[in-house]
Design a protein around this ligand. Structure first.
Ligand SMILES: Cc1cc2nc3c(=O)[nH]c(=O)nc-3n(C[C@H](O)[C@H](O)[C@H](O)COP(=O)(O)OP(=O)(O)OC[C@H]3O[C@@H](n4cnc5c(N)ncnc54)[C@H](O)[C@@H]3O)c2cc1C
Length: 426
């Protein structure tokens, strides 16, 4: 099978490796764009088994920092810290914080070493109705890849991230999420720290929230907030980030005296799920298919997981050596698209409980309940609830029906008088 993958981010490179291992002839188009900063620095535990499958954990560990857990700092009295190891073996006991450009370069190098043909070109796709295909590489893109010999590949994979090349070519719309936030972030040195090394800190701010992600030698600090609130902080991304740090006593205690060592990067317009992710002879993976939200960091997991699901769906063709038709490919990949849509929707639901205050209200209610005196039954009930939240937030069981039902139930009936609105993120 001849496969062209457009975009060498985590989704594209991971899929290229898996398909090359299965014997496919893979051409990977890489636009060579290497910004100083890329978001996607904090991974969830469910990523680690995928890194292991790719044979890429050791290399990732060499330039990353182990992430033992996450702390949510909602107010001076409401700090909730979680370590993944507490929920093992159901949850993988750790994750990583990664320098994304380095991670992407290393994964791409791994793809090339696996026999993938890398073509450095900004690719273009076009809508067609030829031989049952719906999407082709544009003429100059096909010409840039001599090993394709001027023949369209059997399968075109859109891994272009938020550029969403195939959606644009085919006019595919998307379900948009409720939030229209903007994020600004940068890297800092000489920062202070008040938690376990590697722990990711999520801080609720007067408007929006901020992340602190410790990398090997730097701290990534980002703010995520509504556009109007962002505009109130200043005219430029730098002014806004600096002002947000100065205005918040806790954030200022961490990053106030630190030195910014990169420019400030900006991202906007996320939270979308593509209405269609597969068609005759083409498929979307990673952000090109959909993206949830920076809260809880599911993006790289969803990108790598989509690569796994697509590779697994194509494995039977590799085994028989048959060249599938565009319609056969679409049929084989349709269950993947259904699963990916459901995963994106499950993450969107989970993330909503952080924004509307239900999750923090539940954390506070649980803590206060345990403080009134513990018993074996109370402890068992509390650990049961926390374990099912951890299963979802770690990426291991985000779609589990029981865990989701329990969270919905507790978010409605288990708050013991704590008002979610009081814990919501504006
Ligand atoms: C504010 C913010 C914070 C985030 N924080 C996290 C986090 O902490 N953890 C996490 O897991 N996720 C996070 N994410 C999400 C994460 O960054 C993405 O989900 C992840 O990068 C998706 O990987 P991908 O391979 O699908 O796409 P990308 O990483 O976007 O890769 C796409 C690649 O395709 C290339 N490309 C685009 N167009 C073309 C073309 N025409 N030709 C050739 N190449 C092309 C691009 O240059 C890029 O290299 C965050 C997102 C946002 C917006």
């Amino acid at each position: 099978m001849r496969v062209a993958i457009v975009g060498a981010g985590p989704a594209g490179s991971a899929l290229a490796i898996l398909l090359a291992r299965q014997g496919a002839r893979v051409t990977l188009f890489d636009d060579g764009r290497r910004p100083e900063l890329l978001v996607g620095e904090s991974l969830v535990p469910a990523v680690v088994p995928i890194l292991q499958r790719l044979g890429f954990e050791e290399e990732t560990a060499s330039f990353s920092r182990v992430k033992p857990g996450v702390s949510f700092i909602w107010s001076p009295k409401d700090r909730f810290s979680f370590r993944f190891a507490r929920f093992a073996p159901g949850v993988f006991p750790y994750a990583y914080n990664i320098p994304r450009p380095r991670f992407d370069d290393a994964l791409l190098a791994r793809a090339v070493a696996s026999g993938v043909e890398r073509v450095v070109a900004h690719a273009h796709l076009e809508s067609v109705t030829e031989d049952g295909r719906e999407l082709d590489l544009a003429h100059e893109t096909l010409a840039a890849a001599p090993e394709l010999g001027g023949r369209q590949p059997d399968l075109v994979v859109d891994a272009t991230g938020r550029a969403r090349l195939s959606a644009r070519a085919l006019n595919i719309s998307a379900h948009l999420g409720p939030r229209k936030d903007v994020a600004h972030f940068a890297h800092f040195e000489n920062f202070s720290w008040d938690d376990e090394p590697g722990q990711v800190l999520i801080r609720r701010l007067d408007a929006g929230w901020s992340w602190c992600i410790p990398l090997q030698d730097r701290l990534s600090v980002g703010i995520v907030l509504g556009r109007e609130d962002a505009a109130r902080l200043g005219a430029s991304p730098t002014e806004r980030l600096e002002r947000a740090i100065a205005d918040d006593a806790w954030l200022s205690s961490i990053a106030g005296g630190s030195k910014r060592v990169t420019s400030v990067a900006t991202y906007a317009n996320y939270q979308l799920i593509s209405q269609r992710g597969v068609g005759p002879g083409w498929v979307m993976v990673g952000d090109a298919f959909g993206f949830v939200d920076p809260m809880l960091s599911p993006g790289v997991l969803l990108a790598l997981r989509s690569a796994e699901l697509v590779a697994d769906a194509l494995a039977p063709f590799s085994k028989t050596g048959a060249t599938p038709s565009p319609l056969e490919l679409e049929a084989a990949l349709r269950p993947y698209a259904t699963t990916q849509t459901a995963m994106l929707a499950a993450w969107l639901d989970l993330v909503a409980t952080f924004y509307d205050g239900r999750m923090a209200a539940l954390f506070r209610a649980g803590r206060d309940w345990m403080a009134t005196g513990s018993s074996v039954l109370k402890s068992a009930a509390q650990s049961h609830i926390e374990r099912h939240i951890a299963l979802q937030a770690s990426g291991t069981g985000t779609m589990r029906r029981y865990s989701r039902g329990l969270l919905r139930f507790m978010g409605r009936y288990g708050l013991r008088g704590v008002e979610p609105a009081e814990m919501a993120i504006r």
